[in-house]
Design a protein around this ligand. Structure first.
Ligand code: ATP
Length: 232
């Protein structure tokens, strides 16, 4: 589903700059990989780069989907229109900031990515995810009236609502109690398999990562930054 080689990102400049390197990543259809590493090492930065939100300093190869769309060429050519289309259609983002729109209800926040793509706002999978995550009674509320954990669950359903090819989730269980965290992880793993998509999930919760037997992309600190590699 995703194949990437030679990714090098720089954040900030000079001595204060931070370098993030990922020599290679292969993510198969139906696969969820965990991204783990210490705070500040560059996990969110890595997700932003794979989510086409940053232009990397170097990138040898980056393809997505069975037709192997050449994302490296689109990034290097600065093809903003094509990149925006891929972000909206093929990628699902659950970023740390949440990013729910405060003036829309939970229902309308969740429906937004589907509406933007011209899809019917409701789907059976969305209704099922809302049930599993206990959001069904909250659909008419606005984000300001939700707890942080409820917002996080809403942001997850929104990230999945348009059935993207690749889900990028940054600490999706950070504000959840252990049971809710386990339900969310279970839903990510089952939806990714059911929809033949793939997911990269940043998590500090090693107990959950171990329980779901997720392969790990692990950060090692280097002078001036960090390097990610699959755990062996
Ligand atoms: N917009 C930015 N401009 C400059 N430097 C940045 C920017 N965003 C992050 N950084 C720096 O890049 C490094 C990596 O940050 P990042 O947020 O990717 O780490 P992280 O591993 O996700 O951390 P955490 O686990 O605490 O969320 C940090 O040193 C951070 O200060």
């Amino acid at each position: 589903m995703l194949s990437l080689e030679g990714l090098h990102i720089t954040r900030g400049q000079g001595a204060a700059g931070h370098e993030v390197r990922l020599p290679g990543l292969e993510l198969a259809s139906g696969e969820v990989q965990a991204v783990v590493g210490p705070s500040g090492c560059g996990k969110s930065t890595l997700l932003e780069a794979i989510g086409l939100l940053l232009t990397p300093r170097a990138l040898r190869r980056f393809t997505l989907g069975p037709e192997r769309t050449d994302l490296a060429a689109l990034l290097q050519g600065g093809n903003e229109r094509a990149l925006a289309e891929i972000r909206a259609r093929d990628l699902g983002f659950l970023l740390q900031s949440g990013g729910l729109l405060p003036f829309l209800s939970v229902r309308d926040n969740i429906a937004l990515p589907r509406r933007l793509l011209g899809l019917p706002p409701q789907s059976e999978r969305v209704a099922h995810a809302c049930d599993v995550l206990g959001l069904a009674p909250l659909l008419d509320k606005r984000p300001g009236a939700l707890s942080i954990g409820e917002r996080q669950r809403t942001a997850f359903v929104r990230a999945m609502a348009h059935e993207p090819r690749l889900l990028l989730a940054d600490e999706p269980t950070a504000a959840l109690d252990p049971q809710a965290g386990e339900r969310l992880f279970g839903l990510i793993v089952s939806l990714v398999q059911e929809l033949d998509m793939a997911a990269l999930v940043v998590s500090h919760d090693l107990a959950l990562v171990t329980r779901f037997r997720l392969p790990r992309l692990v950060a090692t600190l280097t002078p001036g930054g960090c390097r990610f590699a699959p755990a062996t």
